[in-house]
Design a protein around this ligand. Structure first.
Ligand SMILES: C[S@@+](CC[C@H](N)C(=O)[O-])C[C@H]1O[C@@H](n2cnc3c(N)ncnc32)[C@H](O)[C@@H]1O
Length: 244
């Protein structure tokens, strides 16, 4: 199966319609259809209303409301965080009053290849999660005067650039998921949780097996905000099996 990972993480202002519709006739049709769906999407409207940078916030919200992932006092690592909707959601959830600013009962470290507009209370590292020096920066951020801080929740919405070649894309997706699992195994509390995005297609079953070997509880999630025509899906692993 070919990976269909339609991007939905940007809340385009209406003024971008003309720009997006430029190009060849086919591209124009696709862009127009995408824009039509996007502008009429209830999650896009809701995200705008609630001040979220992307509709993706509602994917995490649904998973959190179903599985109770974000808890007061948590240390959360958000991988592939830009533009920042998941971090915004966690930030509000960790606020004693649900606010986007002010007191924060917990810690959030976000990381992405791309820059991210600051979010109050969220530390941001720009870099490629696959690179050892970037991982080291993340490790450093987790170190405190008392030593290394263990993470309660790792959320990864990382999506690689897709080539359209199935085997190449499956390998890129698998690599990011495997690295997230490795990170969780070494840096997460035994009863912590890991959320990863992945795609149905070749490699999916192996990643489910990896989760089953790594976590006591594994849940497959397809939140309502994840477009039904996308092969995007999520795995949630709760409580590590082999604690290092
Ligand atoms: C779908 S977006 C994330 C949306 C985000 N969860 C939100 O709520 O706003 C996927 C992100 O993964 C990032 N990404 C992909 N590969 C990465 C890597 N190797 N290291 C760090 N970030 C990566 C991309 O730059 C992109 O910003």
């Amino acid at each position: 199966m070919k990976v269909n990972a339609k991007s939905d993480h940007k809340l385009l202002p209406k003024s971008t319609t003309k720009v997006a519709a430029k190009g060849d006739a086919k591209g124009k049709k696709v862009n127009k259809a995408w824009l039509h769906d996007h502008i009429n999407d209830p999650y896009v409207k809701q995200a705008r209303k609630e001040g979220y940078r992307a509709r993706a916030a509602f994917k995490l919200k649904e998973m959190d409301e179903t599985l109770g992932l974000v808890k007061p006092g948590d240390c959360v690592v958000d991988l592939g965080s830009t533009p920042g909707a998941w971090s915004q959601y966690v930030r509000r959830k960790l606020s004693p009053t649900g606010a986007a600013a002010g007191a924060l009962n917990g810690r959030i470290i976000a990381l992405d290849l791309l820059p991210m507009e600051p979010i109050e209370g969220v530390s941001f590292i720009q870099g490629d999660f696959r690179e050892p020096d970037v991982l080291e920066k993340l490790e450093q951020a987790l170190r405190s005067e008392q030593g290394a801080v263990k993470v309660d929740l790792v959320i990864s919405d990382m999506a690689p650039n897709l080539s359209g070649i199935e085997s190449v894309d499956a390998a890129r997706i698998a690599h990011l998921v495997e690295l997230a699992v490795e990170f969780a195994q070494s840096r997460m509390k035994p009863d912590g949780s890991l959320v990863v995005k992945l795609f149905h297609g070749s490699g999916y079953d192996d990643l489910v097996k990896l989760f089953q070997a790594s976590f006591k509880v594994v849940k497959r999630m397809k939140p309502k905000a994840s477009r039904s025509n996308s092969s995007e899906t999520f795995l949630v692993g709760k409580s590590l099996k082999n604690v290092t």
